[in-house]
Design a protein around this ligand. Structure first.
Ligand SMILES: [Fe+2]
Ligand SMILES: [Fe+2]
Length: 167
């Protein structure tokens, strides 16, 4: 059985994942506004991935016979974004999520909740990937600078991202 504290923390993480999804959906719209359909596609896929993360926590709480509580999702703060600022915000956000996952893991360990500890392993690895993905695009954007051809090529590459099938 989940402790009250663990259940609350997992519910908080469902909310974090929905907030992530909402931020990426906003970023998708921003990228489209800038005129970068590939970037827009990438963020849209990321939005779907975050929804699947929320699903994982949702399913896990129910599987442990806990109670799900859905919390308020805030408005994403996005104004006058550039391709670089969008990915810098992505990276910053993912670093925040990594801290959330680490805290959850610390809590699971402090409570000797081995099932939750094991469940969170997937997210630990996922966060390494999430930060690396954002960092890779930042590196590419810094490399091309103001070069429109370079930006066009990155956009074309980001256009190829498809949704990862749910496991
Ligand atoms: Fe996530
Ligand atoms: Fe993420």
């Amino acid at each position: 059985m989940l402790s009250e504290k663990m259940q609350q923390a997992l519910n908080q993480q469902i909310n974090e994942e929905f907030c992530s999804a909402f931020i990426y959906l906003g970023m998708s719209a921003e990228a489209d506004r800038i005129g970068l359909p590939g970037f827009s596609n990438w963020f849209r896929m990321q939005y779907q991935e975050e929804l699947s993360h929320a699903d994982r926590f949702f399913n896990y709480i129910l599987e442990r016979n806990g109670s799900v509580e859905l919390l308020t999702i805030g408005k994403p703060e996005l104004t006058e974004e550039t391709p670089l600022s969008l990915f810098e915000k992505s990276l910053k956000h993912e670093q925040h999520i990594t801290v959330c996952i680490s805290r959850l893991k610390d809590l699971a360990r402090s409570e000797s909740d081995h099932a939750t500890d094991v469940f969170l392993e997937w997210f630990v690895s996922e966060q390494v990937e999430e930060e690396a993905n954002a960092q890779n695009v930042i590196d590419q954007l810094r490399l091309v600078g103001d070069n429109a051809n370079g930006l066009f090529l990155i956009d074309r590459e980001l256009a190829t991202r498809t949704a990862t099938p749910a496991e």
